[in-house]
Design a protein around this ligand. Structure first.
Ligand code: UP5
Ligand code: MG
Length: 208
């Protein structure tokens, strides 16, 4: 299976920016419905969904040298070092032929955000922010039952705290740049998706 040498220069410096992909950051508290709504967006609008949390959990499962560190951070609701997460996201984008990505659950703090921009030179087209009351997020996480090690009340409380302290400043950063599209995510899945759909549908295709 010989490797094909391509004449294009799309991966000079290992950067994906040369391909100039469209990136939408999908942010919101733990259990706000990021993964659920991303699945709907993929189905309707042809994006590729990259959940930073899913990539980190896959890294633990793969037995990588960072696995134990990542597992401990997730159990404590802490944010994994940027270079680890960014490498996983970059690799996932490079391995994928698509040019439209939903990056779900990243950047989680200002350092994540600045490092991603510095390394990839990618600016998000916009930021989808799922705004959901904490009581509702807690209810959802406690009844999810998918065996996630961080879905216990002790870790959930830590995740909420980290979200407020570290992740909300990222939303504020993009709000100041008019990039945030805020959605009331406390409603039923279908209603939330109606609002999401409106953001992804080109204006000239919308019925008025
Ligand atoms: N549900 C969804 N929408 C609903 C609705 N509208 N009404 C009623 N129920 C709804 O949904 C959660 C549950 O609610 C599901 O059972 C769903 O059916 C139901 P989901 O769509 O999974 O919500 P989501 O926002 O994706 O919740 P998740 O738990 O995945 O969010 P987190 O942000 O906590 O998790 P993530 O996987 O992104 O990160 C986990 C950990 O990884 C972090 O705490 C951190 O330690 C680490 N991490 C990093 O360090 N760096 C990163 O960049 C990313 C993660
Ligand atoms: Mg998720």
């Amino acid at each position: 299976m010989g490797s094909v040498v391509k004449s294009t220069n799309k991966e000079v410096n290992g950067s994906v920016a040369v391909k100039n992909p469209t990136v939408v950051f999908v942010l919101g508290g733990p259990g706000s419905g990021k993964g659920t709504q991303c699945a709907n967006i993929v189905e309707h609008f042809g994006y590729t969904h990259l959940s930073a949390g899913d990539l980190l959990r896959a890294e633990i499962k793969s037995g990588s040298e960072n696995g134990t560190m990542i597992q401990n951070m997730i159990k404590e609701g802490k944010i994994v070092p940027s270079e680890v997460t960014i490498k996983l996201l970059q690799r996932a984008m490079q391995e994928n032929g698509n040019d439209k990505f939903l990056i779900d659950g990243f950047p989680r703090n200002e350092e994540n955000r600045a490092a991603f921009e510095e390394v990839t030179k990618i600016e998000p087209a916009f930021v989808l922010f799922f705004d959901c009351p904490e009581e509702e997020m807690e209810r959802r996480l406690l009844s999810r039952n998918q065996g996630r090690e961080d879905d216990n009340i002790e870790t959930i409380r830590k995740r909420f705290k980290v979200f407020l302290e570290s992740s909300l400043p990222v939303i504020e950063h993009y709000t100041a740049r008019e990039k945030v599209r805020k959605i009331d995510a406390g409603r039923p899945v279908e209603e939330v998706f109606e609002s999401v759909k409106a953001l992804f549908t080109p204006k000239d295709e919308k019925a008025d």
